[in-house]
Design a protein around this ligand. Structure first.
Ligand SMILES: Nc1ncnc2c1ncn2[C@@H]1O[C@H](COP(=O)(O)OP(=O)(O)OP(=O)(O)O)[C@@H](O)[C@H]1O
Ligand SMILES: [Mg+2]
Length: 256
């Protein structure tokens, strides 16, 4: 296994109570898998992603990636947030080059790599624009180019398409799906959109809140050519929907 989440719990103190953001979560992820974490607000999706990316430490349990326990963020893994996180004073191309500058590569190589990834996300004609001159979908494509340019082993994505309109969102899903298959990346992707999860994933990890837990893991064996209107696609979608129709114990588990 590549990523091993081993009995991980995470508690936060809010004033004088303790919130169990995650309770005894275990999950293994293989190299080149596309995993979606799916669940309602507050079920711990972002918390789990932050622990995987090394931004925070578990309260108990541990996370091991490629044989090494996660203790801090690593340049081998990049995270894409919902708000694009581009630097407004840099051009599109200079944003993509930021992570490469940290690698201290020669200038020409940095330029060639950033151009290649701008091409890949279809923004070669906007290299000299600034982020404010782009639409939300275009900014998110720049963020994806930034992430891919540093050639990470794993990409963590936290609702990266949440702010996009439905049409752009569908196009971005196609794009990230093809990129992941083409570049053979491992991706852990947070969403609350069931259709998005079915379209993108190899496996869907369904989470429930209070305390944040994994409820079910649903494999999505739809291959590399997916159609949202296909019967098999719809049947997996129904299966995932059915998981959310079950009445859940909604009482928050606090203790003082
Ligand atoms: N830094 C923090 N301090 C205190 N409580 C926190 C912190 N981060 C998260 N929590 C709590 O942990 C729980 C899980 O939060 P988390 O952000 O992981 O949920 P989520 O599944 O990402 O939700 P959403 O879909 O709304 O983004 C929530 O009850 C939240 O209030
Ligand atoms: Mg979140």
């Amino acid at each position: 296994m590549y990523i091993h989440i081993d009995h991980v719990s995470k508690e936060y103190k809010q004033n004088d109570r303790v919130i169990k953001a995650l309770k005894d979560v275990s999950l293994t992820i293989e190299r080149r898998e596309f995993i979606c974490l799916l669940g309602s607000s507050g079920c711990g999706k972002t918390t789990l992603l932050n622990l995987l990316a090394g931004f925070e430490a578990p309260s108990s349990g541990r996370i091991v990636i490629d044989g090494t326990e996660v203790k801090r963020p690593s340049p081998k893994y990049v995270t894409i947030f919902q708000n694009y996180s581009l630097l407004p004073w840099r051009t599109v191309q200079k944003n993509v080059e930021l992570g490469l500058e940290a690698k201290r590569l020669p200038k020409k190589e940095i330029h060639d790599i950033s151009s290649r990834y701008l091409n890949l996300v279809g923004l070669e004609n906007f290299s000299k624009a600034h982020p404010y001159q782009l639409s939300g979908g275009m900014q998110q494509r720049v963020a994806i180019a930034c992430a891919l340019a540093v050639d990470p082993d794993i990409i963590f994505m936290d609702e990266p398409f949440g702010a996009l309109d439905a049409f752009t969102r569908t196009k971005m899903q196609d794009e990230i799906f093809n990129i992941q298959r083409g570049q053979q990346k491992t991706i852990v992707f947070v969403t609350h959109d069931i259709e998005e999860a079915v379209f993108l994933s190899d496996r869907i990890v369904i989470m429930t809140p209070n305390p944040g837990k994994i409820k079910k893991i649903i494999p999505v064996n739809l291959g590399d050519h997916r159609s949202r209107t296909n019967v098999d696609f719809q049947s997996i979608r129904h299966r995932v929907f059915a998981e959310f129709e079950v009445t859940e114990n909604d009482t928050t588990e606090y203790y003082i």
